[in-house]
Ligand binder design. Sequence first.
Ligand SMILES: Cc1cc2nc3c(=O)[nH]c(=O)nc-3n(C[C@H](O)[C@H](O)[C@H](O)COP(=O)(O)OP(=O)(O)OC[C@H]3O[C@@H](n4cnc5c(N)ncnc54)[C@H](O)[C@@H]3O)c2cc1C
Length: 474
Amino acid sequence: MQRVSSNGTAGNDAVAPVPLDPATVYRRNGARPWPSARPRVIIVGAGFGGLSAARVLGDKDVDVLVIDRNNYHGFWPLLYQVATAGLEPESVAHPVRAIVRQYSNVSFMMAEVLRVDFAQQVVITAAAALPYDYLILAAGSANNYFGNETLAAHTYGLKDLDDAELLRNAVLANFEYAVSEANQARRRRLKTLVVVGGGPTGVELAGAFVELIKHVLVHDYPMLDMSEARVVLAEAGDTVLATFPTTLQQEAIRRLQAIGVEVRLRSPVAAVENGLVTFGDGSQIEAGVVVWAAGVRAAALADRLGVSQARSGRIPVQPALNLADHPEVFVIGDMAYLESPPRRGQPRAPYPMVAPVAVQMAERAAHNILARIRRKPMKPFRYFDKGNMATIGRRVAVIDAFGIRLSGYLAWAGWLVVHLMLLVGFRNRIVVFLNWAYSYFTYDRGLRLITGAKPPPPGSPVQAAAPTAEARQL
Ligand SMILES: Cc1cc2nc3c(=O)[nH]c(=O)nc-3n(C[C@H](O)[C@H](O)[C@H](O)COP(=O)(O)OP(=O)(O)OC[C@H]3O[C@@H](n4cnc5c(N)ncnc54)[C@H](O)[C@@H]3O)c2cc1C
């Protein structure tokens, strides 16, 4: 039998895939025949941007092929709840085929896009080179280690379902290992978690981990001294939630500290090795798990396109969201670099890497493709900012939207409603709602299973190596 490694590549005894001709690939994936009289649109990525573009192009006079390396669409804003044993992975994701099958002209193919030949207008995967008339690149983002790539091997990331499960397994396994650990310092280390990065993901993770320990693990492990358990949130800047108004930043810090998160501001992380976190000032913390939530950059595909890249590896686009040299290629979402017009005397800044930007860019790009086909003028991208929100533990959130600044219980209720409404799939909404209600009333989390490959026990030389999704791909 052919061996397949964890990154999906075949082992030594594998037979190299035979390149397929595009007509076969399109036919096998249920797409309309190729060549076709109708323009062919390929969308790379079935995330917030890619799927929104497919919805606009659905049942229009074009043939659409969505390509993603996973067969699911992930709802990343709830990923931290998978990592903290609050939700099962399946409830924050939805099969792409179940979404696209409602459109007669949209089909799906699971494949990693390796590169794009813009001159020949083909998208290249391991199995085929697929021709397109129009291309939408929406491959999202990856962790940004700011040039310190050893961090990828020594920290956990949170970018996809695999990352979330690895992180959950590692935290839970460390408490299991702590039970049989005789050495007190090592026990303390197994119960220490450092989250690097005080943005919304770091804040939400740190808050949820503290509550997992305080409300659930404390009952599971009566033999452990839980007063020693630590959740440290390390931030290089002088505040958390930097994109929120100052009052909400201060409120977030106050609330995090109140539930037991140690907030370390002005603490840039210089190195992480074998669970030892070294800060810029030389101070160190020993931790069983270190999570990297300190920065994002464009997905690795952006580096393989042979086009110029802006800050964070993002690809500069025209106001209509296409490339200057290849007007039939559109780049959207986290991958795209476009500056917003200056506002109220503030300097121009790139649109943030958030879901509403990806969705609105997708809609604009898809409408612009339809406009080009109809020989109508394309329109520039305009962003309608719906605001920001983040949760801090089980009853508190901060919201900054439409001029309203809210913190506390009401904001948390608003956060719940918005996320339930945005979640794709009726089943997922029910499952998530029931899980939240269960956890709220019982303070329990039923999903604290250590599944798949178990993290190695402490003392093992590979214990600190944290295989993030990105490290697996490299
Ligand atoms: C943990 C977390 C929490 C977040 N919380 C929030 C939040 O609360 N609010 C908010 O607005 N935003 C949040 N974001 C950011 C938001 O999810 C992104 O801005 C948004 O997903 C960007 O959409 P996109 O379509 O550009 O990329 P994505 O939605 O990430 O989709 C990219 C898709 O491309 C696929 N892909 C990547 N490379 C390839 C390749 N080479 N070949 C084939 N397929 C490929 C991926 O599998 C993925 O399905 C969060 C992100 C994370 C990771």
